[in-house]
Design a binder for this molecule. Structure first.
Ligand code: COA
Length: 208
């Protein structure tokens, strides 16, 4: 049985885990009623969360979506899948996040409470900025970048696609981090980093 509606006003939150519930909270804070929301998940056994129905991916029939999964590769796969089902990406910005006047969230962006995104920042498609993250002026986040809670990304930094910065990690100003590199929790990145690395520690070094 289909659990949602072809109503284009319906927003599908893809992923009903912890982040899914955090995103649900952001939509509630924005004033969305439960009837305008659907959670989409392959695995969770529940059929409802806080009054919002949970459906399987193959049950979606139309509307908008935002992917509530932190892993960039999984998020990329799920985004393409939802577009294949005819859904259109949307973004969500918690009302208690602060975005400079010239910052524009693009399709699929997710920005949680306490985030501060400074002037001149470019948010690529499907980027995620979690609780209490700071993004400094003129920084560029390419698509599918994920900034986990408390991360601090300084000014004029470039994070290539699918980079993840772990909780409470810092990236110093003007640096570039290559695609798909993972910065471990608490690390301080003081040098440019190539693609496809896991870096940890202070100063951050590639994990052996
Ligand atoms: C860096 C990271 C990706 C490594 O994950 P992993 O490959 O599963 O690593 P493991 O847990 O197997 O640990 C491997 C080694 O790295 C060390 N290590 C793991 N994360 C580390 C970190 N952030 N800083 C320093 N050392 C770390 C472990 O202590 C372990 O060392 P040991 O072999 O001497 O015991 C992960 O630990 C991390 O920091 N992820 C970010 C988590 C985060 O921000 N979560 C927020 C959720 S809201």
């Amino acid at each position: 049985m289909k659990r949602n509606s072809p109503n284009p006003a319906i927003v599908h939150i893809v992923g009903a885990g912890g982040l899914g519930r955090e995103v649900l909270d952001a939509f509630f804070a924005l004033g969305y009623p439960a009837e305008d929301l659907v959670l989409v998940d392959d695995h969770v056994p529940t059929t409802e969360v806080h009054g919002v129905p949970v459906c399987r991916p193959y049950e979606v029939t139309g509307g908008a979506f935002v992917v509530a999964v932190a892993d960039p590769a999984v998020r990329r796969t799920l985004s393409k899948r939802m577009i294949g089902y005819g859904l259109v990406p949307t973004s969500v910005v918690h009302p208690r996040a602060v975005l400079a006047h010239d910052v524009r969230p693009t399709d699929g962006c997710l920005i949680l409470a306490g985030a501060f995104v400074s002037t001149g920042v470019r948010l690529g498609p499907y980027t995620q900025v979690h609780y209490n993250v700071t993004v400094g002026h003129d920084t560029v986040l390419d698509e599918y970048v994920t900034l986990l809670p408390g991360a601090t990304v300084s000014g004029s930094v470039t994070l290539r696609s699918d980079v993840t910065v772990g909780c409470n990690a810092s990236v110093l100003q003007t640096l570039t981090i290559g695609a798909r590199t993972m910065v471990g929790a608490g690390a301080v990145v003081t040098r440019n980093q190539p693609a496809d690395r896991v870096v940890v520690g202070v100063p951050a070094r590639a994990r052996p």
